[in-house]
Design a protein around this ligand. Structure first.
Ligand SMILES: Cc1ncc(COP(=O)(O)O)c(C=O)c1O
Length: 445
């Protein structure tokens, strides 16, 4: 059956995120209790006006325009203009069923090899490879696994050239999935200048940009007012994270107004017209409200950030207290610890990769977290990149849908106003982590 699918598609695998879900379900079916830190799905209750707008639009059954409803493109343009202090026209915006298909389209239609920071979100690498492109990793800071220097950019670029490839595409993601780190303005500037000097199109995935723990960092973006026609920066974002509406499938890309930006935008539109046609009509109409810069949505975004900040920092402090190698996240809802301080014990247990470690944690400690290798980490490489796990805090709030809506709004409000809150599932996860580290300590050297 080897030739039923073509050789590129034969390499596609179920995304590790979905794979870990299956492992969790299997363990639960065997009667084991598993705490799920493996899936990055935001689960806060949807803001009421947005929810109502979706209900009101449920009779909208027509196909929407390929690039998105005009009012939504306007709302997205305004929202990002306001955030970044850049003039953005609704004509620069393309809406799609999630930002994932837009990223897929961009990797497919743009020309040249691709540069990606190591580690990077699980889907970029398969998307790049599926587009038949060569990928070159940019090595990041050993401590935060995020920051990029000019020399690491140059070294990835030169490696590509030495293999006969010319990088023409680069992607950055800040705040980052998996590390939770936010690029400094200086780091973004270095990356921008490098891309400009090498005629590289820079895609900046800002799906977590509202969830910056320090407010001022929300405005750090490669899509800034210093852009001129000699650089090409494309910004992507969406509804899934800030608004906890991943299943509604609304994402967007904003293209520069330069001739090159226009060519890419029109090609993406043509691609969309032959592939997904348009995003869901009710979800688009509800999203007009979600991206509003009015007081109700501002306040919702503020409380969402406050709750993610509280929970993610608490998990970070616990991991640090347990002696793991972890640096403090500045946004999103992830921590990215390394168990390398326990390398001797891990080897004694026969654990030699991040995937082994992830499987051991599920099996022996009832904790699910994604291995660093799913994000491009080299399990045979330097110690700082090995034994990394990405832990998501998104499932630590509610037991089920009813619980989400019964307690969710007041939890968001109380956290935003600085009141004491309790997150029993977070505390349970911390106890399970303490237990895991205790098990490692018991192994001895
Ligand atoms: C870094 C990053 N980019 C993009 C996406 C895709 O989001 P969506 O397709 O829901 O817009 C995700 C989702 O997990 C993500 O973590």
């Amino acid at each position: 059956m080897a030739d039923v699918v073509n050789s590129i598609s034969a390499k596609l695998r179920i995304s590790p995120t979905l794979e870990i879900n299956e492992l969790v379900l299997k363990a639960r079916a065997e009667g084991k209790h598993v705490i799920h830190l493996g899936f990055g799905e935001a689960t806060f209750p949807i803001q009421q006006d947005v929810l109502q707008a979706h209900r009101d639009a449920s009779n909208e059954t027509s196909y929407m325009p390929v690039g998105g409803v005009e009012a939504l493109r306007e709302s997205i343009a305004n929202f990002n203009s306001d955030r970044l202090g850049v003039e953005i026209s609704p004509d620069q915006v393309v809406v799609a069923p999630g930002s994932k298909p837009l990223l897929f389209a961009l990797f497919d239609i743009l020309d040249g090899a691709v540069l990606l920071p190591r580690p990077s979100w699980v889907s970029y690498e398969p998307q790049v490879l599926h587009a038949g492109k060569k990928l070159f990793w940019i090595e990041t800071d050993p401590v935060d696994r995020h920051s990029i220097t000019e020399s690491s950019l140059l070294s990835a670029y030169q490696k590509a050239i030495s293999e006969g490839c010319v990088p023409r595409i680069m992607l950055i993601n800040s705040p980052s999935n998996p590390t939770g780190h936010v690029f400094s303005a200086n780091c973004v500037q270095t990356i921008k200048e490098f891309c400009k000097s090498k005629a590289i199109t820079l895609i900046t995935d800002e799906i977590y940009s509202d969830i910056c723990f320090d407010d001022a960092q929300k405005r750090i973006s490669a899509f800034d007012r210093n852009a001129d026609d000699s650089e090409t920066v494309i910004l992507t974002g969406g509804l899934s994270k800030t608004y906890s509406a991943g299943g509604w499938r609304v994402g967007y890309a904003i293209f520069p107004s330069s001739p090159k930006g226009e060519t890419i935008r029109k090609t993406v539109l043509a691609y969309a017209s032959e592939c997904w046609s348009a995003a869901s009509a009710p979800a688009q109409l509800a999203s007009v409200k979600a991206f509003s810069t009015g007081e109700a949505m501002r306040s919702y975004r503020k409380s969402v950030t406050a709750l993610h900040r509280y929970c993610t920092r608490r998990l970070y402090s616990a991991l640090k207290g347990l002696g793991l190698d972890v640096s403090e996240p500045g946004g999103a809802f992830y921590v990215y610890p390394s168990f390398s301080p326990y390398v001797a014990q891990l080897h004694k247990l026969g654990i030699s990769t991040s995937a082994d470690l992830s499987a051991w944690l599920i099996r022996e400690c009832g904790l699910a977290a994604l291995p660093g290798s799913a994000f491009g980490e080299d399990d045979d490489g330097p110690l700082h990149g090995r034994f990394r796990l990405r832990m998501a805090t998104s499932y630590l709030y509610f037991q089920n849908e009813a619980d989400r809506y019964e307690r969710g709004y007041s939890l968001l409000e109380r956290c935003a106003s600085g009141e004491e809150i309790e997150l029993p599932y977070l505390e349970e996860a911390i106890r399970a982590l303490e237990n895991a580290v205790q098990k490692l300590e018991n192994v001895g050297y």
